[in-house]
Design a protein around this ligand. Structure first.
Ligand SMILES: [Zn+2]
Ligand SMILES: [Zn+2]
Length: 250
């Protein structure tokens, strides 16, 4: 199973990366993790794999996780796209996916459905466990179980207990790294430093940690991301910093 990182910046896109998006390639569908600017690359990944079904999981509605939704018209006829989001965000998502912001669902080539998720386990038909994280607006973490593998994806959050719950013994724990090495906890707008992410991975006994969502201002270069990787490795050795185009095989 491959995980392709298509956007790895937080906040806004720069020459270093686009905003957050990754695609897990399964035999019959793509599982997309957030809809930042990298989302425009997903239809090409689907086409290359001969895959017609795409499930896009949205952690929260901050624009660095949703700005790519205006590229949904790139999905062609015959594609089925589902947007899966915690039920508390369904109404706002309908507002965002309509005029005057972008085309309405009825104007798309692809068939589009919005699927509400509940806290706890959801069967879709694969299993996804949804738990709240700690952020400026509610942000939701996901734990996916399919084809004998477990992937945890925790986007914007400060340190919290649910990180290790979602990542418990996961084959891949993908989480954010908006703060620089050694940064203290941010109170008003919680995020993770590499050390905070690594502590959660260690507590969870995950098999590997992948850092993404590098803040566009704090991480101006890929070199800076390598310093984050190094800081994480001191706590949890199987840590990697993602970049646009990075592929993980599990
Ligand atoms: Zn973000
Ligand atoms: Zn956010």
């Amino acid at each position: 199973m491959k995980i392709k990182f298509l956007g790895t910046n937080g906040w806004f896109s720069t020459a270093t990366g686009g905003t957050t998006c990754a695609a897990v390639v399964l035999s019959d569908r793509l599982i997309v993790l957030d809809a930042g600017e990298g989302l425009y690359k997903v239809p090409k990944v689907a086409k290359e794999g001969g895959i017609s079904k795409t499930d896009i999981f949205i952690s929260h509605l901050h624009l660095d996780h949703t700005i790519g939704l205006h590229t949904l018209p790139l999905f062609r006829k015959g594609c089925t796209v589902r947007l899966l989001v915690h039920k508390s965000y369904v109404k706002s998502l309908h507002t965002l996916l309509n005029h005057p912001y972008t085309a309405s669902a009825s104007q798309l080539w692809a068939k589009l459905d919005i699927v509400p998720l509940k806290q706890g386990p959801n069967l879709l038909p694969y299993k996804v466990t949804v738990l709240p994280l700690r952020h400026a607006d509610p942000s939701w973490g996901f734990r996916f179980e399919f084809d004998g593998k477990t992937i945890a994806y925790c986007a914007d959050t400060g340190p919290c207990e649910n990180l290790a719950r979602l990542a418990d013994k996961a084959d891949a724990f993908i989480t954010e790294c908006a703060l620089q090495p050694g940064a203290p906890e941010l109170r008003g707008w919680p995020h993770l430093s590499p050390e905070m992410a690594a502590m959660a991975a260690k507590k969870a006994a995950a098999k590997r940690l992948v850092l993404t969502h590098f803040d566009a201002v704090r991480y101006k270069t890929l070199q800076a991301r390598l310093a984050a990787e190094k800081a994480a490795k001191k706590i949890f050795n199987s840590s990697q910093a993602a970049y646009d185009g990075f592929v993980v095989s599990i």
